[in-house]
Design a protein around this ligand. Structure first.
Ligand SMILES: [Zn+2]
Length: 138
């Protein structure tokens, strides 16, 4: 996996989401990283030491399609957007507010993917998994 290319793509999608939600300056406040330690998540978003942070699962990334990566990146960006606008995840992190921003970005919040796309993750033994359940907030 070419990390520079994947990082560039992630930034493009984060900027796209911030722009779509009328927060063009928000992307500059986000720190982006990759983790080798995620065993149950493809991505995580939250606040770390006062700064917004999004991280993706380095080991799982190469097996994902571009379309799925896009959904995951925007999924995480929308968590940060909810944090920025409302100050918290507002109860359920995948509740109505988060779903509303996902729709605003043109993404399906309930996106389902085949389990075989995530060979490195310890997730339920179902054939299909909801992305929402393997992309977490910190
Ligand atoms: Zn989430």
């Amino acid at each position: 996996m070419n990390l520079d290319i994947e990082t560039d793509y992630a930034w493009q999608m984060i900027r796209f989401a911030c722009n779509a939600c009328d927060l063009p300056n928000l992307a500059d406040k986000i720190h982006l990283g990759w983790s080798n330690g995620f065993t149950r998540a493809l991505g995580k978003a939250g606040k770390h030491k006062g700064q917004y942070r999004i991280r993706f699962a380095h080991r799982s990334w190469p097996s994902l399609t571009t379309e799925v990566k896009k959904n995951i990146i925007i999924h995480e960006a929308c968590h940060i957007i909810v944090l920025e606008i409302h100050g918290s995840h507002e109860g359920h992190p995948h509740g109505k507010k988060w779903q509303w921003y996902m729709h605003k970005c043109g993404e399906n919040p309930m996106r389902i993917i085949p389990r075989c796309l995530t060979p490195n993750l310890k997730v339920q033994r179902k054939k299909m998994v909801k992305l929402m359940h393997i992309v977490h907030v910190e």
